[in-house]
Design a protein around this ligand. Structure first.
Ligand code: F0G
Length: 449
């Protein structure tokens, strides 16, 4: 059979909640045209993020009942640790309540003012945590990735030559670590090849700089390697993931993505001295090192999720269903970041709405229009989120894992194509009020008339 189907059936359902266009217009005004400020009950399809929004399996719910809530030395922790040991091989596994808690602990132990932390592309929380510690976050994407329309595989790779130049210019002593984000979320959800991780490893090893993986979507990345990189077609996603982790000195991880968990994260490292500093900090804000801000049952859900996410039939369905959305809109004239990535489709709003200058946030304008038209929530990834560090003006349609079916996606395709037909009438926005940091969450906007 050629048809790729959802590799699950549905046992428990949540009703969708509908609103009328008139209600949505009023809700948008009340929210200051900021979709983060809407109530979730006013959204039909919520594609704001793939983070923490997965449907858990019967296996995960059953595992939660086994959760051991002991303060110290919980069985749940040791079950999680066994899975992570097998997958990553890292010496220290430090649970945290989510990915950014791992980032905060990692960067506050490793970074000082004057330091520089390169990445293929930093995610917003990664960048913010580095900058909060006075260091500089530098993105080194491939030059070819500047063209959103270029259909090249592994467009999420790091520019290794640029990394080498940065190390020569800044000096290795100012670079406490190099990060590589798989898949490259801010760069369009594009994967990173094993060859690229190996090349980055070779450069960092020579310079004596530790390499950390931001592993949020490690399993999706492993599937792309298996599908598109020569020499990996016969390896299992797990074997590929093991090899990816074996090239690094540690990782940060948000279990809210490729572990199907609603909350959770991890910081892993091979450095004993660092692990000690990190666990001391962990106790201050997250908790004892065998629970790190999570309930025992959460640790069990993550342990099961980490195994389920590597099943080939799941990953084949996951990557094919994201591509289904991408092809159906791109082949009808909507410019997306090509080729389709793993967890989301990114519309190149700058290209789709050339009449809206970047100071008027084309991605935000498109997000508002898609909500107004069809009740779909998406997120701007551009000048609003990243200010002058933005590489593109994108609208991200993130696909929660195992949550929506093909007919939901067909509805979405119809909505996007209808919005595309009258794109010339979409207007930009000006910021009316904004906070000093992470303005995309709370800024209020006014439409430009
Ligand atoms: N790194 C990457 C690449 C991410 O995508 C995220 C979160 C984090 C780190 C932080 O993890 O949310 O558990 O603290 N990304 C979500 C998103 C929020 O919508 O892309 P967290």
């Amino acid at each position: 059979m050629k048809t790729i189907i959802e590799p699950f059936r549905i046992k428990s359902v949540e009703p969708l909640r509908r609103t009328t266009p008139e209600q949505r217009e009023r809700l948008l005004v009340e929210a200051g045209y900021n979709l983060f400020q809407l109530h979730a009950s006013d959204i039909l399809l919520d594609l704001l993020t793939d983070s923490g929004t997965s449907a858990m399996s019967t296996g995960q719910w059953a595992a939660m009942m086994r959760g051991d809530e002991s303060y110290a030395g919980s069985d749940s922790f040791y079950r999680l640790k066994a899975v992570v040991d097998d997958l990553t091989g890292f010496r220290h596994v430090i649970p945290t309540h989510q990915g950014r808690a791992a980032e905060r602990i990692l960067f506050s132990t490793m970074c000082k003012p004057g330091h520089v932390v390169p990445s293929n592309t930093h995610f917003d929380t990664t960048r913010a945590n580095i900058e909060f510690n006075g260091a500089e976050a530098v993105d080194l994407p491939l030059p070819e990735a500047a063209d959103t329309q270029a259909r090249i595989p592994f467009k999420g790779n790091m520019d290794v030559a640029a990394l080498q130049r940065l190390i020569e210019n800044a000096g290795a002593a100012r670079i406490p670590l190099v990060m590589i984000t798989v898949t490259n979320n801010s760069g369009g959800g594009q994967p990173v090849s094993m060859a690229n991780i190996e090349a980055v490893r070779a450069v960092t090893k020579r310079a004596g700089i530790p390499l950390y993986i931001d592993a949020c979507r490690f399993a999706e990345n492993a599937w792309f390697i298996r599908r598109d990189e020569s020499g990996y077609g016969e390896m299992s996603p797990k074997q590929i993931a093991q090899k990816m982790f074996s090239l690094a000195d540690g990782c940060t991880f948000s279990a809210k993505k490729d572990a199907f968990a609603n909350i959770g994260g991890m910081l892993c490292t091979n450095d004993d001295r660092l692990a000690e500093l990190e666990t001391n900090l962990l106790i201050l804000t997250e908790g004892f090192p065998t629970y790190g801000g999570l309930a025992g049952r959460d640790l069990d859900a993550i342990a099961v999720g980490l195994e389920e996410v590597l099943q080939p039939e799941y990953l084949e369905y996951r990557i094919a269903s994201t591509a289904y959305l991408g092809r159906h809109i791109a082949d009808h004239g909507v410019p997306i970041v090509e080729p389709p990535g793993g967890h989301a489709i990114y519309i190149d709003a700058g290209r789709m709405l050339p009449h809206i200058p970047r100071e008027q946030f084309p991605g935000q304008a498109l997000a508002v229009e898609l909500y107004r038209h069809a009740g779909v929530r998406s997120v701007e990834i551009g000048s609003l989120m990243f200010g002058d560090k933005a590489h593109f003006e994108l609208l991200r349609l993130a696909i929660p894992r195992r949550v929506y079916t093909q007919s939901h996606i067909d509805y979405l395709v119809e909505a996007i194509l209808e919005v595309n037909e009258r794109k010339d009438r979409i207007r930009g926005f000006r910021i009316e009020s904004e906070p000093p940091m992470l303005r995309h969450f709370t800024a209020r906007f006014k439409p430009v008339l």
